[in-house]
Ligand binder design. Structure first.
Ligand code: SIN
Ligand code: CO
Length: 391
């Protein structure tokens, strides 16, 4: 009989997860929580608390400030746009500022994602950064997605309920989806560089032990209802008008208001072949488009001046780099006819090597000029705003 895997491990320089990525994925991913001590050895804070405060005031930035009145157990949530004056009148404890998608705004924060290359990039949603004063937090809750909670600065006390069937009923008196009952089974204090992995559905509560910053690397997984809606729309757009409910076998109606079994059967026949009518490449084409635009808060805009292929080749040979737009999500898929690259919902035929390079590197340089086929893709991506020229 194999023993239950440990819930707390010590990372080493060779194994920042405290084990191989294969072991982590097999034993923990989507299954059970794991505290990894010193996952980021000698962690250097990529962002100061003041920078986070400044970012939180920006237009189009998803930020929330949460205050907790301990005596009355009252929670107040201030959502973006936040007013700068709010920072002047905050108490010296029991509040937290949370900013989502910080990886899109700050390249140093985005670099933290390098440590998560063992996961498909399109499964990663964002890095949310929180700053909390002593006692600050968002209360006990569950998240629907896997999350890696990396302690960046100061200390945070995390309590989690790792039991099999936790009670996940919400409190209905707070707009935060806090738990009505929370029965922690584990209680840890995390230091900078420590990281707590939680699969979806594990109740948790993180409370700042003195001023602290936490970096939450959150995953995304579309709900079946979201997949179904988008897929149905995609399929429907491609069906000919002529394909419809048909009753060539209709018999005289006995009860003309009845939807009888034969009619239901015909409706099912009309719908049934829809999914089956898609080939695997067609299905992949839909999913790649869907998943690269799923939950994107913003999209790259085309540049004011379009470039043509010759201008692009010239710029690249003069040493210009191509930077991926921070909001652009890329993924690729292979099929018998070649490779399709997806860029925030758009799909393009693309040479495989280029698709891999584009997904692997946020910045590209071309010592050898791109081939004509590569150039066509790069030109399109530049003109859609997904790649930005930087000399
Ligand atoms: C945080 O407070 O930084 C993380 C919030 C969470 O538990 O999701
Ligand atoms: Co959470």
């Amino acid at each position: 009989m194999s023993a239950t895997p440990a819930i707390e491990v010590q990372a080493t320089l060779d194994q920042p997860l405290g084990m191989s990525a294969e072991t982590f994925l097999r034993d923990y991913w989507q299954k059970r929580p794991l505290l990894i001590r010193s996952a980021f050895a000698d962690f250097k804070l990529p962002l100061e608390p003041d920078d986070l405060g400044g970012l939180a005031l920006g237009e189009n930035v998803l930020a929330r400030l949460i205050e907790h009145d301990r005596d009355a157990d009252r929670w107040t949530v201030h959502s973006a746009p936040l007013d700068e004056a709010i920072f002047g009148r905050l108490p010296d404890r029991d509040w937290t500022l949370l900013v989502q998608d910080v990886d899109k705004w700050d390249t140093d924060v985005a670099e933290l994602l390098e440590a998560f290359r063992f996961l498909p990039s399109w499964r990663i949603d964002d890095i949310m950064v929180s700053y909390a004063e002593d006692g600050g937090g968002v209360g006990a809750h569950v998240d629907q997605y896997d999350v890696f909670l990396l302690q960046g600065h100061g200390r945070r006390r995390w309590r989690i309920d790792a039991s099999d069937n936790p009670d996940c009923a919400f409190r209905d008196d707070v707009e935060l989806k806090q738990l009505r009952h929370f029965a922690p089974s584990h209680d840890w204090t995390l230091e900078p560089g420590d990281m707590l992995y939680l699969p979806p559905g594990v109740p948790h509560d993180g409370v700042a032990d003195g001023p602290c910053m936490t970096f939450s690397v959150g995953m995304r997984a579309p709900a079946t209802s979201e997949l179904l809606l988008d897929f149905a729309e995609h399929v429907a757009e491609r069906l000919p008008e002529s394909r419809r409910y048909a009753d060539i076998d209709l018999a005289p109606a006995m009860h003309n208001g009845e939807i009888d079994a034969a009619a239901l059967g015909r409706a099912a026949t009309a719908l049934g072949p829809i999914a089956a009518s898609m080939t695997t490449p067609e299905f992949a084409e839909w999913f790649g488009g869907f998943i690269t635009r799923y939950r994107c808060a913003q999209f790259a805009a085309p540049p004011s001046h379009a470039v043509n292929a010759d201008e692009l080749v010239q710029a690249l040979s003069a040493g210009t780099s191509l930077l991926r737009h921070p909001w652009t999500r890329l993924a690729w898929t292979r099929h018998p006819g070649g490779t399709t690259l997806f860029a925030s919902g758009e799909s393009l035929a693309c040479p495989r090597q280029l698709a891999e390079r584009l997904c692997n590197h946020a910045s590209l340089q071309f010592d050898v000029p791109p081939t004509d086929a590569e150039c066509e893709v790069l030109t399109a991506l530049v003109n859609q705003g997904h790649l930005v020229l930087r000399s």
